[in-house]
Each structure stands twice: as structure tokens, then as C-alpha cells.
Design a protein around this ligand. Structure first.
Ligand code: PGA
Length: 253
């Protein structure tokens, strides 16, 4: 049984001072916990300070995005190498806000995933269907295509370093959570695809997180599902109180 992996995605929230205070308090509050793995995704310009605060704590720091190239004339972009250099271990790739607000395509996401792995960053690949896709009965079709397209050309031994976050787009920031059984069904479907493509050992070792309106009140019932290995938390991760409660509830599994 894997330890639950709980990651907080701050998105474009908090000031640097608030982020630093959060990281210090999180470090203090988790110093005795070895039941879960925890991570946070601060905005780019907080990363260096927060990596320093969390150094040696076991708490992972993840960037929220990277570009697909490692260097060059890409004004305003940040590369995987840069993020790695300041101390990050993970990076979100293909978050639904990147896909649907910023128009990122599956092939661009695939290039970013490769860039992350080549810089020795572990990608957290976010996939999930939109509301109309679920209503049309196309959830599995959409999720399968995203997974296959986004992981294309990546060797089996590197798949082990990837985390998959299943985040139904209709549940992100809406207060609507997928029913635990609904989420578990899609997680099992994702695990089945990974098993077919990379074998059972690798598929079993990959973390599959759920994301979409995770809060303290629904953590337990989601975590009780056998295929849910942890969470990618947005809104409830920017207050230490609610993030800590999620961590505590997940620690009981
Ligand atoms: P939410 O966001 O928890 O606010 O729904 C989840 C996410 O965007 O990863």
C-alpha cells in the first residue's frame, strides 16, 4: 500500500510573505508525520525561497508549469532546468486551466512532460473530461486519449516517475466533487490502460491522484476508494487549516 500523496496547488494565490509563513508552518506541523507524502505548488517566483524553507523536510515542491524547451528565446517562459535548479522535485503538466484557458494541446503537453523528465523533474500529469464530455458518455474516451497522447514516446522505466492526477474539469473550483465511486471507476480505467501499455508492476507503482473540489469533509470517503492514491488540491490548499485537515484525514488510510 502506497502512502497517500497530497499536493496543494496554490495557483495564482498568496503573497510571498504568506507563502513563506505557510511553508514554515507546514514544515513544523508535519515534522512527525510519516504516514503521507505532501507537496505544494507555489507560483514561480516563490519557488526558490520555499524550496530553501522546506529543504530536508521531505515536503515536495512542485512548479505549476514549465515550457517545453530548456532554454532559448521564449520571453516570459520558465524551463524545467530552471525549476530543477532552484530545488523543485515535481512539476504540474497539463492542468485543465493550462489546457482550457491557455489552449495547451496534447502534443505540447507531451513535449513538456519529456522536458520535465529530461531535467529529472517528476511530472504530475493532469487529465480529465469536461462536463459536456461526461454528459455525452465520453469520459473514458477523453481520458484515454489524453493519457496516450501525453505519455507518447516515454519509456516504461520513466513512467514510474510520473504521477497522474485525474481531475474532472467540471469538479475543479466548482464545489462539485465526483462521487467517490465515479472517481474510483476512472482511476481503475487509467490503471488498466497503464497496465496494458507498461505492465502491472509499473502501473501499480504509479500514483493516481484525484483532484476537483477536494476538501476536509470529502477526503475520507475519497481516500477510502482503492484506486485513489492521494489528491491534487486547489482552493482548500491555500489555507493551512483546511490543507492540514485534508492531510490529517488522508493519514488515517
Ligand atoms: P480545486 O482545484 O480543488 O479548487 O477544485 C483543483 C485543481 O485545480 O487542481
Amino acid at each position: 500500500m502506497k502512502k497517500p500523496f497530497i499536493v496543494g496547488n496554490w495557483k495564482m494565490n498568496l503573497t510571498l510573505a504568506e507563502g513563506v509563513e505557510f511553508a514554515q508552518s507546514l514544515r513544523n506541523s508535519l515534522s512527525n508525520s510519516n504516514k503521507i507524502i505532501c507537496g505544494i505548488c507555489p507560483p514561480f517566483i516563490f519557488l526558490k525561497d520555499i524550496c530553501k524553507i522546506l529543504e530536508g523536510s521531505g515536503i515536495k515542491v512542485s512548479a505549476q508549469n514549465i515550457h517545453s524547451e530548456q532554454r532559448g528565446a521564449y520571453t516570459g517562459e520558465i524551463s524545467a532546468l530552471m525549476v530543477k535548479e532552484v530545488g523543485c522535485s515535481h512539476v504540474l503538466v497539463g492542468h485543465s486551466e493550462r489546457r482550457h484557458i491557455f489552449g495547451e494541446t496534447d502534443s505540447f503537453i507531451n513535449s513538456k512532460l519529456k522536458a520535465a523528465l529530461s531535467a529529472n523533474l517528476k511530472p504530475i500529469l493532469c487529465i480529465g473530461e469536461k462536463l459536456n464530455e461526461r454528459e455525452d458518455g465520453r469520459t473514458k474516451y477523453v481520458v484515454k486519449n489524453q493519457l496516450k497522447d501525453n505519455l507518447r514516446g516515454i519509456n516504461a522505466d520513466r513512467i514510474k516517475e510520473c504521477v497522474i492526477a485525474y481531475e474532472p474539469v467540471w469538479a475543479i473550483g466548482t464545489g462539485k466533487t465526483a462521487l467517490p465511486e465515479q472517481a474510483n471507476e476512472v482511476h481503475a480505467f487509467i490503471r488498466g490502460i497503464l497496465t496494458g501499455d507498461y505492465g502491472e508492476d509499473i502501473a501499480d507503482s504509479v500514483y493516481i491522484q484525484y483532484g476537483g473540489s477536494v476538501k476536509p469533509e470529502n477526503t475520507g470517503e475519497l481516500m477510502a476508494q482503492p484506486e485513489i492514491d492521494g489528491f491534487l488540491v486547489g482552493g482548500a490548499s491555500i489555507k493551512l487549516e483546511s490543507f492540514s485537515k485534508i492531510i490529517e484525514a488522508a493519514s488515517n488510510y
